[in-house]
Design a protein around this ligand. Structure first.
Ligand SMILES: C[S@@+](CC[C@H](N)C(=O)[O-])C[C@H]1O[C@@H](n2cnc3c(N)ncnc32)[C@H](O)[C@@H]1O
Length: 301
């Protein structure tokens, strides 16, 4: 007789339960939300990814240190400032950077499901190492998205073109993967034309920064598009360098499970404020919908 519990319908992967994955991680969660679908860990991401069951995560978004805080200058709010995002962003040299990239990318590859995908953002300081490491590890690179920032800060030295783009690499676990892509949705979000790999999205809006500053915060619109393109509802999304948890906020809004890791408490505190605010606004919307439904049904409040 067919063993029901071991039978996987063709085309479906055996799914890991989110709660079981969290239970396997010995670290105490730094935060779990009330809906039990977002968990943050304060740790080195290498340690946490080591204990996550292999082939359990559907999608990873990683915005790793770019290692660009090395005494250069930049322009912020019209003023010349030195680039110093924190000690975590100081370079130890290109060999060390590449070794680090290989190490965390290998761990990501292990925990991705067979058809899972990873997105990694970066500037020229780090993206070539990331791309090479992906090739060395046998990922299948699907796209290199050019994120055009629309309104970037000017280049004060006037010796270079203004830096206006970041690259986001999208890759499948390996050559055998049958990755998920919501082509229809992306097309419909683009006036019913195929969406191209050039994405024009502004830097985070002021309202995305009301809960404190993260020096390299990504715009919510970027993460929403990434999640919608490459995951289904209730999929499990992980961000090993979660910072202020832009990925977590987008995942929560879109009904995906989320695991975020960062080794900086200050950034995780900001993540918590953002995630709690998102939950509060969702509860408010739900209450308002209920009110309208009752009014329409003629039930007095
Ligand atoms: C580029 S930022 C991510 C910003 C994030 N995407 C956002 O929207 O807020 C990189 C983050 O990685 C964290 N980090 C650096 N090394 C780490 C490590 N080994 N393990 C976990 N987090 C790390 C830093 O504290 C920083 O917040």
């Amino acid at each position: 007789m067919l063993e029901y519990k071991n039978y996987i319908f063709p085309g479906f992967e055996m799914r890991h339960s989110y709660q079981k994955i969290i239970a396997k991680i010995p670290n105490e969660p730094f935060y779990t939300n009330k809906d039990n679908n977002c968990t943050l860990f304060k740790a080195n991401c290498l340690d946490v990814m080591l204990v996550i069951p292999p082939r359990s995560i559907d999608m990873i978004f990683a915005d790793p240190p770019y290692f660009l805080s090395n005494g250069g200058m930049s322009c912020h709010a019209g003023r010349r400032v030195s680039v110093n995002k924190g000690d975590w962003d100081k370079s130890k040299g290109i060999e060390e950077t590449h070794k680090f990239n290989l190490e965390w990318l290998k761990k990501c590859q292990d925990i991705l499901t067979d058809n899972g995908t990873i997105w990694v953002s970066g500037t020229s300081h780090v993206i070539y190492s990331i791309g090479f490491a992906m090739q060395q590890l046998g990922f299948k690179i699907l796209n290199d998205i050019a994120w055009f920032k629309i309104n970037p800060p000017p280049n004060l030295s006037c010796r270079y073109f203004t830096h206006a783009t970041e690259t986001v690499l999208w890759a499948a676990k390996n050559k055998m993967s049958r990755h998920y892509f919501n082509y229809t949705l992306m097309r419909s979000m683009n006036n019913n034309k195929q969406m191209q790999s050039l994405w024009s999205i502004t830097a985070p809006k002021p309202e995305e920064k009301v809960f404190g500053k993260h020096p390299t915060q990504k715009p919510l619109a970027l993460l929403e598009r990434i999640i919608l393109a490459s995951t289904r509802e209730r999929d499990i999304v992980l961000d090993p360098f979660t910072g202020s948890s832009t990925t977590g906020v987008a995942a929560y809004k879109l009904g995906r499970y989320f695991i975020g890791i960062d080794n900086n408490k200050e950034y995780l505190d900001k993540s918590i404020r953002r995630l709690n605010a998102e939950a509060k606004s969702r509860r408010f919307v739900k209450q308002e919908i209920k009110k309208v439904e009752r009014e329409l049904a003629g039930v007095s409040p």
